[in-house]
Design a protein around this ligand. Structure first.
Ligand code: UD1
Length: 417
């Protein structure tokens, strides 16, 4: 099994170009199922979750072709309604095909995504909302069998809790529902706005009517569309933290600072020196990190997907910090490994108490999930000596060319068998 070897502790200097957003690409790919015209997508990241979603689409009958830097999806002959466990088990976003299949074909059998390292991750909110659009479903042997005998019919739906995936599934489904759907208490992550922009460009009729409410007027067909996926704000945040942690000077290119303004504000507050330009964020040599208390929250709050990374940085703060994880119940898997590197982090329920002034020691480590893996790389980048990170398949799900990007800015990192 492949591993990463990281030799710390070099200051990172230079430019890093941010890839397309994984979490925006996944729902957009699922939404292409609505169409029977060609869809041309650019800026999809080259990561394994995207490959998995393309396998799901192909298994459903989509025709997928790459031409230069474009991905062309043609669903003129897409008629299959079955997404198997083997494909959906590795990636929870597989459940996003449920909404479009029901909307277009009136029927679907999709595997339940199951739990994962960071929590149980149910889909009750997706199912409850779909049933309000007229869907009848049963869960049998790990599969959702769903039907819309009279087609989907628009409705007023208020989500009981903010969910990114449920908001996406329902937005996509409602585009083909008869009449008007109003969804409220929606997640408003930038990736959801990107999905909405894509759907609009494809000919769907959607309009935000308040901060967390969207009005969708059903349509019957879509247009051919070309769309450029937004940049990955979590990848950008990860490299900003890498720059701050190593006391380097990094230019993070291809991301609009305004989509990560909460993260930038927090980084500035703890002493990270940052300059913002239109499509670039510059991290300047940072010498001192101050402690802070933060909690993760739905956008525009601090993202749970950057919690592990900022925890590594806070290990360097002058004093104790507190991090409250409000989104997932079990998202502190990285803590045990960071403590093996010399961190002093204790967990009380959903709170992590992070002692400052830590000098990380290199170690052999085990990655447990996508963001946990990258937090171990960050800690290893700032530790003297050689660290080895095992189970990096988690990392390959969501970070494009991470070793290449880090090497280019001076990190000593390599992939070994
Ligand atoms: C998405 C992101 C993930 C990010 C998360 C929160 C993608 C592909 N993944 O995941 O990277 O960490 O948003 O920002 O975009 N929940 C329920 N019932 C449901 C659905 C969700 O109880 O039906 C709970 C979840 O267990 C979790 C919380 O709601 O505790 C938020 O989950 P959700 O926003 O749905 O996350 P995902 O869409 O799975």
């Amino acid at each position: 099994m492949k591993k990463l070897e990281v030799f710390g502790a070099n200051k990172l200097r230079g430019q890093i170009k941010i890839s397309g957003s994984k979490n925006a690409s996944l729902p957009i790919l699922a939404a292409t199922l609505l169409s029977n015209k060609k869809v041309f997508l650019t800026n999809l990241p080259k990561v394994n979750d995207i490959e998995t979603m393309l396998l799901v689409l192909k298994s459903l009958g989509s025709f997928v072709k790459r031409y230069k830097d474009q991905l062309i999806i043609d669903n003129y002959n897409q008629k299959k309604k079955f997404a198997s466990y083997n494909l959906v088990k590795t990636m929870r976003a597989g459940i996003l095909v449920l909404g479009p299949l029901l909307a277009k074909l009136g029927e679907a059998k999709v595997s339940l995504p199951g739990g994962c390292a960071i929590g149980t991750r149910p889909i009750d909110i997706h199912l409850k909302a779909l049933s309000k659009l007229g869907v009848k479903y049963k869960i049998i042997q790990g599969y959702v069998y769903a039907k819309a005998p009279n087609g989907l019919v628009g409705a007023k739906i208020k989500f009981s809790k903010i969910s990114v995936g449920a908001t996406e599934n329902l937005i996509i489904a409602a585009c083909f529902a008869k009449g008007i759907t109003i969804l409220s208490n929606c997640a408003i992550e930038p990736e959801i706005c990107d999905l909405v922009n894509f759907l609009k460009k494809m000919g769907c009729n959607l309009k935000w009517i308040s901060k967390r409410s969207i009005k969708i007027q059903g349509v019957e067909k879509t247009n051919e569309v070309t769309y450029n996926v937004m940049a990955d704000r979590i990848e950008a945040g990860t490299y900003l933290i890498a720059g701050a942690l190593t006391g380097g000077n990094l230019k993070i290119k291809g991301i609009e600072p305004k989509i990560i303004k909460t993260e930038i504000k927090i980084l500035k507050k703890i002493g990270v020196k940052i300059k913002e330009k239109k499509n670039e964020i510059n991290i300047l040599e940072t010498k001192k990190i101050k402690n802070i208390n933060i909690k993760t929250a739905p956008y525009p709050g601090f993202p749970t997907d950057l919690q592990a990374q900022i925890m590594v940085l806070l290990c360097k703060a002058n004093k104790k910090s507190f991090i409250k994880e409000e989104i997932f119940e079990n998202r502190f898997m990285h803590v045990a490994e960071l403590n093996r590197m010399g961190a002093k982090i204790s967990i009380k329920g959903n709170k992590a108490i992070v002692e400052g002034k830590i000098k990380f020691a290199a170690a052999e480590l085990m990655a447990t999930d996508l963001r946990a893996s990258v937090s171990l790389i960050l800690a290893a980048l700032s530790a003297n000596g050689k660290s080895v990170i095992n189970r990096i398949y988690h990392l390959d799900r969501g970070y494009e060319n991470i070793e290449k990007k880090l090497k280019k800015v001076g990190a000593n990192i390599r992939r070994v068998n």
